[in-house]
Design a protein around this ligand. Structure first.
Ligand code: ZN
Length: 335
């Protein structure tokens, strides 16, 4: 099999011509004549030599994917660190990235579903105890009325809707979940996605930006996948808060202390998500993709990216029929 054509990782320009001019020595660094990107020749010639032991996209098994989750999230938490390491020469795997995101969200969702079910069970158990106690002291004519308020925690009539509700929050809402944190988190996460989509539009759709940056669209598309999906972890955090709020009804300490501080924490994390999204894109442009933009140009693009908010509104509007369909099917399943 012939060796792959050496191309500039930023713009895709064929570097065979430059390499052919080398006669007596091979330089380690060079500049792409098309886009001006500083190339590391050994990495361009053989990208597979770059392997990050912490990076999920370089994992070769599901166990490695699991082990590399925390280090990857740690580097992503500070996007400048992430982009210093994930250079454009770094081999990427969209398939592994998708698999990682699916496993990450599924794991968090199962954990928070468990917490919500525990919160729901704890609330009903404690109210059952109160009703049983008051029934023993109530006059005979009221006993039947109080007994009807006691929930049978061993019946499937209780467990099916409880597990279904917990799985589908915030797609469907149950009267037990009062705080609506998860719905608020969904709005903020979608707003972050809208901002990321706007960055993509600003980079790829406008001819002038495309000509100036000479950036392959695949780099921007990958950034949308990462920056657009991770803020949705906020929904899982909010679901956990709903669960802690419920558990605090049942056992005031330690859950009450935690439940008093968590709403404040989620507010800070929400603001952080928006800041993080912008930070991710600015560092992607400057560090990852080496776009030599002036500071005021970056300020202008960052400001323009907030035009992604109406896009977020459209996504939410388009999601309404999906939500209605889920509610319909949930009702059909007895949830
Ligand atoms: Zn180039």
């Amino acid at each position: 099999m012939p060796p792959p054509t050496p191309i500039c990782p930023k713009c895709g320009y064929d570097q065979s011509g430059t390499i052919a001019t080398w006669t007596d020595r091979c330089p380690l660094q060079g500049t792409c004549p098309e886009c001006g990107y500083t190339l590391s020749w050994p990495d361009v010639a053989n990208p597979s030599r770059i392997h990050h032991r912490w990076f999920v996209e370089h994992a070769t098994s599901k166990r490695q994917l699991l082990r590399r989750t925390l280090p990857t999230l740690w580097f992503l938490l500070f996007p400048n660190r992430y982009w210093h390491r994930v250079t454009m020469e770094t081999p990427r795997s969209t398939k592994r990235n998708f698999l990682w995101l699916i496993l990450l969200f599924a794991t968090f969702h199962i954990l928070t579903t468990g917490a919500l079910v525990a919160g729901n069970y704890a609330t009903h158990r404690s109210s059952n105890a109160v009703h049983t106690k008051s029934m023993s002291m109530a006059p005979p004519q009221q006993k039947k009325q109080i007994a009807s308020r006691i929930v049978d925690l061993s019946s499937s009539d209780y467990w099916v809707p409880t597990i279904g509700d917990a799985l589908l929050l915030p797609l469907i809402h149950h009267s037990l979940y009062q705080e609506r944190y998860a719905e608020g988190a969904a709005i903020i996460s979608t707003a972050c996605l809208g901002v990321s989509i706007m960055w993509y539009i600003l980079f790829c759709v406008f001819q002038t930006t495309r000509k100036r940056t000479k950036l392959r669209m695949i780099h921007v598309a990958r950034a949308v996948i990462v920056a657009g999906s991770l803020p949705f972890l906020l929904i899982e955090a909010a679901r956990l808060i709903e669960a802690v709020q419920l558990l605090s009804n049942f056992n005031p300490t330690p859950f009450r202390v935690v439940s008093n501080t968590l709403p404040f924490l989620i507010m800070i994390v929400s603001v952080w998500m928006m800041v993080w999204t912008q930070w991710f894109w600015i560092t992607a442009s400057r560090i990852g993709w080496q776009i030599k933009a002036k500071w005021w140009e970056l300020v202008l693009v960052t400001t323009a990216s907030f035009l992604g908010m109406p896009i977020a509104g459209l996504i939410m509007l388009a999601f309404k029929p999906v939500r209605a369909a889920v509610e319909h099917f949930a009702y059909w399943f007895g949830i």
